[in-house]
Design a protein around this ligand. Sequence first.
Ligand code: ADE
Length: 351
Amino acid sequence: MVILNLGKKQNKKKLHSGEGVRLGKYELGRILGEGNFGKVKFARNTDSGQPYAIKIIDKNKIIDLNITNQIKREICALKLLRHPNVVKLYEVLASKTKIYMVLEYVTGEELFDKIASKGKLPEGEGRKLFQQLIDGVSYCHSKGVFHRDLKLENVLVDAKGNLKITDFGLSALPQQFRADGLLHTTCGSANYVAPEILANRGYNGASSDVWSCGVILYVVLTGFLPFDDRNLAVLYQKVLKGDFQKPKWLSAGAQNIIKRILDPNPKTRITMAEIKEDLWFKEGYNQAYHEDEEDGVYVDDQAFNIHELSHEEEKSSSQSPIRINAFQLIGMSSCLDLSGFFEKEVRTEVS
Ligand code: ADE
């Protein structure tokens, strides 16, 4: 077994004291992962037996960090997305202190764990995952959603070897554009972040995501990060210059597409459309079929009324949240103004 240093703290899948806790019709289980704003736990719908992944967000943390709008955007962004390579959001529930996002459960592993334990993938296998990554990300771009934190940890691979992108916590909708048409917020993980973001110039969300996809492709095909250094200042310099090793043993086609993606100049960097025309990329490419479904996501109204579920209530199987259509609620508040979500303290009784 190969254990590569891919720059993430190794947080092993843990059991947790909250395991077995009921949340409405869901029974919470083990921790699947820990993201920027909280844990992701396994859950089972006790009526249907279906598995889900529930992302638990601490409301106080997001209020303290002043990222309320970012979370509201995440919910709005996920609402727009229906694609086989993007983790689906089914439902949003909330207590006084937490928001629970009920997500598609992906049976498999993080791409990070796959590469960290097995090392680089054969080129054909890596290309197939990259094709799916580009399909999912370009679909999101077509909906005006940019991920902005694409990295191995945010890419899951299911039991059939299909890729699913998760954690749109840092995604931005077009409303964030300034008059110059560029995005203006710094985020993302240093090894994956595009040079124009580090340089703190306005940036184009699509080409910055292309850069991060290039970093992912590089890691998948080589087993190493293209830009890495213990010293953050040195790492930034490498990223800004686009200074990375080009392994000679990679095929000419793979070397070429990586070079075109990891171009530090976003204006000359390859675009999503050009990637789809690249000969290396196109080999064996079957674009994922997807269908825009009618909105079928539900949000518990307590998400907006901020009624705290007591431990007893969470445990009680009879505590079944009143569900209303998320899009009525999100729509009522307008997509980017869900202020009632956090600020109003309207108490409702749980029957
Ligand atoms: N880890 C993080 N998100 C997940 C999901 N949706 N399914 C399975 N494991 C996960």
